[in-house]
Design a protein around this ligand. Structure first.
Ligand SMILES: NC(=O)c1ccc[n+]([C@@H]2O[C@H](COP(=O)([O-])OP(=O)(O)OC[C@H]3O[C@@H](n4cnc5c(N)ncnc54)[C@H](OP(=O)(O)O)[C@@H]3O)[C@@H](O)[C@H]2O)c1
Length: 369
């Protein structure tokens, strides 16, 4: 087991922004400052979260939920000791020494799966089998076959399921989709995004370990891949090139996707070299330049081909920003729905299919597949 607590630098980049320029939509109004800071204004019933796994991202997620007043009712770990320590640290009332006990807890409505990718499907299926709604960390699963199994099980059980691709739910992404829908960019031709980080080189760390779904693809490339698909739709053609690490996972990957209408996206990921983490959307009438890191809470500018700035979007975000996805899933559950229109489970399955195709091209198979 890898219990490394090395912090991924993605969180360290959080910088609060001042508000300036803000669009309206059903989603933005639901997660606007006031609502985010006072959950009771958006929800009539309390939804009780259970946290499955006590690693780094679980800590970030619980911090964000608590920062905006959401209810964390229980935590489950493979060991009672870790569950107890996590519960004590975050003042969580119930601590379970197994994932099974957490899933069976009647005081829990929705489970957040925060384990390494190869465990996502098994953990999500456990939650679903116990009638719980489920939010599954990215990448949704290890491959498309697993993703389809989770989607089918959730549909059969009538519970809500969502991939925790938190970027989709952030204020800047909500406004970006509005701007595109308003036609400001003209014909959106290209999406370019990069996600290069210098991550721990320890071969046992999950990012380098094939047994834990290591490599850049499922951890880092998943962000620009999901972003390109959000803006341009599922690719009609995938071209991939990668360099492998000594441990046999993708160290560096370049992707070119063709999308409907001759549109294109390009992305790059790396696990051993830090880039600016820049992103842009280019249209015939204007482009959107997103400030690094483009997939964290950030600002952006809408710029015409001759350099005129049409809009400078900034928005303050409480804590890291992972609460937006949780608030959206709470909305889905409260409304009696089973998925979010912002990231339906069918799209998470389709994203895993694209990643399967990439892996086929670069020759990356995980143990047991
Ligand atoms: N949204 C984001 O910004 C973001 C950022 C980083 C990571 N993530 C995602 O979150 C997931 C977890 O990443 P992480 O960085 O939090 O990992 P981590 O720190 O290694 O924590 C993973 C946790 O999973 C549990 N686990 C179950 N089986 C395990 C096994 N065989 N080996 C190791 N741990 C196991 C452990 O909890 P117990 O010991 O309590 O059972 C462990 O603490 C990944 O899918 C990753 O893609 C998301």
């Amino acid at each position: 087991m890898n219990r490394s607590r090395v912090r991924f630098p993605e969180a360290a980049r959080f910088v609060p922004h001042t508000r300036e320029g803000w669009g309206t939509s059903a989603f933005t109004s639901a997660v606007d400052d006031g609502a985010v800071n006072d959950k009771e204004t958006t929800m009539s019933d309390t939804i009780r979260w259970g946290i499955l796994g006590t690693g780094w991202i679980a800590e970030m997620f619980v911090t964000d939920l608590k920062a905006v007043g959401l209810t964390v009712a229980a935590v489950g770990s493979r060991t009672q000791k870790s569950a107890d320590a996590f519960a004590a640290r975050f003042d969580i009332p119930r601590a379970h020494g197994s994932y099974e006990a957490l899933a069976a807890d009647p005081e829990v409505d929705v489970i957040y799966v925060a384990t390494p990718h190869p465990m996502h499907a098994e953990n999500a299926l456990l939650a679903i089998a116990n009638g719980k709604h489920v939010l599954v960390e990215k990448a949704f699963t290890l491959n498309a076959a697993e993703a389809a199994r989770v989607a089918e099980a959730a549909a059969d059980a009538g519970v809500a399921v969502m991939e925790a691709m938190w970027t989709r739910f952030l204020p800047h992404m909500v406004r970006i989709r509005e701007i595109i829908a308003e036609g400001t960019l003209g014909d959106v031709r290209t999406v370019i995004a990069e996600h290069d980080q210098k991550l721990p080189s320890d071969p046992a760390h999950r990012i380098n370990n094939p047994e834990l779904g290591g490599g850049g693809l499922l951890d880092l490339a998943i962000y620009p891949v999901s972003f390109a698909i959000d803006i341009l739709g599922i690719p009609t053609r995938v071209l991939a090139s990668a360099t492998m690490s000594d441990t046999g996972v993708d160290r560096q990957t370049a992707l070119i996707f063709e999308h409907e209408g001759g549109r294109q996206s390009m992305s790059h990921s790396a696990i051993d070299a830090a880039g600016p983490v820049a992103g842009a959307i280019i249209g015939t009438e204007a482009r959107i330049e997103i400030e690094p890191w483009w997939y964290n809470p950030t600002s952006f500018r809408v710029v015409t081909p001759d350099g005129e700035v049409l809009e400078h979007f900034e928005h303050p975000v409480v804590s890291r920003g992972m609460q937006y996805q949780a608030i959206e899933l709470e909305r889905v559950i409260t409304a009696g729905e089973t998925e979010s229109p912002l990231l339906p489970v069918s799209e998470s399955v389709a994203i895993m299919r694209v990643l399967d195709e990439v892996r086929e091209q670069i020759g990356l198979r995980y143990p047991g597949e």
